[in-house]
Design a binder for this molecule. Sequence first.
Ligand code: GTP
Ligand code: MG
Length: 201
Amino acid sequence: MDIKKSAFTLSAPSIGLCPKDNKIEYAFIGRSNVGKSSLINMLCNHKGLAKTSATPGKTLLINHFIINDSWYLVDLPGYGFAKRSKTVQQKLQQMISSYILQREQLVNLFVLIDIRHEQQKIDREFIDWLGESGVPFTIVFTKADKLGLVKAKQNAEKWMKQLEDSWEEQPPYFITSSEKRIGREELLNYIDEINKEIEAQ
Ligand code: GTP
Ligand code: MG
């Protein structure tokens, strides 16, 4: 599958203000600065579609992008950005968790992990919570260009192996770089498979 058309639809401060046309959607979540917005732009081949920034905390709303006129990619704010005030942090957390738990159109959540780092408690707690809540998700390692593919693969495998202490089955995962456009085809094919399964229902 390729993305022929992508456009910004709207930014919502709460789930109640998200699009109401019942199209399916895929959302991107992860720590601030992990590369969510950059990945959306890379997948869509559309620079500047989602706003990116070298400073963490850029995305603050639920942003919908309509793809090929038929489904959405959703850019979410990052979690775990310590420099935000407690009130802002709590509000964002609440917005993100109600979106994840209540948005019926959400068919898969991509959880982004910076491939350079050891498994962080905040990411692990987040995916354990997804598991407990029964939310379908996929791990996407980002910034593989910063390591080189061999080291990136090693890190990803080690990260995934650590899940075995409480996860019976490994969730699917992908290794990507928005900079070098690594993993683009694999991710788009993965989305296409899900789209087809849903269409066939
Ligand atoms: P928030 O919206 O603040 O939560 O951040 P985000 O997760 O959307 O990250 P964003 O896409 O804005 O990227 C953050 C920084 O990382 C930017 O400076 C990007 O250029 C950089 N970046 C993102 N992806 C990659 C990548 O694959 N490789 C490299 N080298 N840099 C990347
Ligand atoms: Mg962002």
